[in-house]
Design a protein around this ligand. Sequence first.
Ligand SMILES: *Cc1c(COP(=O)(O)O)cnc(C)c1O
Length: 814
Amino acid sequence: MYIATANFCSSLQAEVLGEQVAETFEINRVSVDSRTLLNDPTTLFFALVGQNHNGHAYIQELIELGVRYFVISQPDRVKIQAGVTYFVVGDTLKALQQAAAWHRKQFDIPVVGITGSRGKTVVKEWLNYLLNTEYTIIKSPKSYNSQTGVPLSVFGMAERHTLGLFEVGISTVNEMQNLEPIVQPTLGILTSITGEHQEGFASEYQKIKEKMALFAHTSLILGEKRTDILEAIPPTATYVSWSLTDTDANLYGKVTGNVLELCYNKETFFVVELPFTDEWSIKNSMTCIVAMLVLSYDIPIIQKRIKKLYAVELRLQVKRGINNCSIIDDAYSSDFQSLSIALDFLEKHRSNKNKTVILSDIFHSGLEPKALYQQVNNLLKNYGISKVICIGEEIARYTKDLPGMRFFFSTDEFLQKIALDDFVDETILVKGARGFRFDKIVSLLEEKTHETILEVNLTALRHNLNFYRARLKPATKTMVMVKAFGYGNGSVDIAKLLEHEKVNYLGVAFADEGIALRKAGIKTNIIVMNPEISAFSAMIAYDLEPEIYSMRELRAFLQVVREKNGYQYPIHIKVETGMHRHGFLTSELEELIGVLKSTNGVEVKSIFSHLSSSDMEVYRDFTLGQIELFKQNSTYIKEQLGIQPLLHILNTSGIYNFAAYQMDMVRLGIGLYGIGNDQEEMKGLRNVSTLKTRIMQVKEIEEAESVGYGRRFRAEQPTKIATVPIGYADGIHRVWGSNGGYVLIQHQKAPITGSICMDMLMVDVSAINCKEGDEVIIFGEDLPTTVLAEAIHTIPYEILTSVSQRVKRIFFEE
Ligand SMILES: *Cc1c(COP(=O)(O)O)cnc(C)c1O
């Protein structure tokens, strides 16, 4: 797009520093992410300033990548360079929003604004599917609905588009007013309002009011008929309502099985067949039907298309593949905007050097195929994809033949011709339009294991990291503990995320854990907490830094360093302050200092200690005593050696309860994985891990029949029993079965019956309408590890780290 400089500056109230620009300048993309590989000379970069992140820090790096245009708010942090233009504004986020609003004004097309508590993304994706034959649609990619996501989505609007579909989410009051001018919806859609995400609002009514602010200048709004909603509608707007309970709504829907009878003025209007029967999907389809009616679609078309709606899977999932590959499963979306998001994701999560993309035809982009695939080619080249597999008639015809490209006309042809050995040590992005059935490719390339999985939500993990970082001063460094396989969750994928989030250190327990991270390409500093003398040599080879806790260990390490002609190898001194696990006693400091003074083989990078009871209010004084002793002893070592190492003592609950003692660094552990030590702290955290499986078999037993080894369960009445393929060998503590243990099926409790077996357990599902193949939650959001832990007298740490390695880990981002 071409930007008229004067208009741009005046709408942003920006002052220009550095290279003056001509009357207009051309940019192809707006970016706020310094890490995407797309940043180039046609990027306009907004240096956002957040709690833990400052875009200004990356400007130099970006200039080296060729970026020429920056919107900044902290000119002091920037070294002005020739050939680079800096637009200086007061607040870069505001400027991003103003610029998007200004961009929006250039287009006079219908724009649908979608907000609500639940179903925004589904409704947006469905409408895209339902309407794309008639319109060239620009829509928010994935769920880009935040204060930055909305403007970035709107920047995608171009001449060729004839309809906009944008979703908008808010978490508290006064946010919507920033977003309304960016979207300027001509049609408003309010999806279901629920009690979820209520924290930022005083009442549900206030939440509705705030969401409604998106439609302050919209003349037509549609949504559910509810008294509180009707009260909140802006007076100038017409509201078209639907309901599944109130026959007075403009459109009343009566559900019988999968048939939806639509009534207008209490008379049957028409009937549609639905491809599902659950409440939320039915509500979302009501919304879509009303939208199609409002857009004057004919009934037969509505009936035909609604019947083909599908479950929306927007998460990008990382799965373990065959031959040491990993697979990024994005098998159900093929729009052009989400391609670069998926490529960024690939870059972020690749665990192998070689990047492979399997891509189908891209539909409904509004671009001529030639221009479209030219852009696709450029993207793939920018991201350094080494192998590209194109599947589809169009992509095969129009994509230029880059090295490493292969072409197939259909998924079936690919499946027939490909050999599994063609994929070794690669990270493979599988991305295709729904009709291509790329799920078949994913099934082929996926490592085959049983159906029990531990799902790890990386978005929640990042949220938790930021929750703790927000409690720290900006200069305080973070070390994150990924010991014990990332507290059971999987260390490599988590370490990748943490590296991307620029944490300063990773902590592992043993050298081999650190070596595994290095082999996977992790470059962040790694401290080994329990280094064994036999592993010193390997640690040096892999740049792993030892915790030094005793004279014996120090001497042995110095010996290995000398053999390797090492110089100032980084070490971390642990001092004992009350935990009595490892560390130098006060009485040993003299000797320690003596040895350190006499060598230049090692350099003390940090001095630290570990709190034994930072989660226990009753031991507050004890903890303060530990901190005091640590201060004295670390100061003494510093002074004697004349050094300035980092000092650190706080673990997760230390950060939460003793933030004043954060010193130079903190060591975050369990909190990252979503577990805090009280209700209040838990409220700010998100659940990260979900252990789930599927029902293998359901059977009815008679009164007095028994279940399992030793007949420990006897039915008191006819009982429906489901067998679930997970047992104590997967890490489910056997005692959980006899301590009120249960699992969740259809959100309901199913009590464990009889003894848990090695690979299976049985549950009573008499009260649950379920069938074989249904999902079973062992722990997760609605059944937290804290509940299991309490029932069997242990701690969540043990529950998490017990999940056996045979359980497949799946990582996803929302
Ligand atoms: C495990 C560990 C931590 C992290 O503890 P959490 O309670 O999980 O936050 C911090 N420091 C050391 C030395 C550890 O071993």
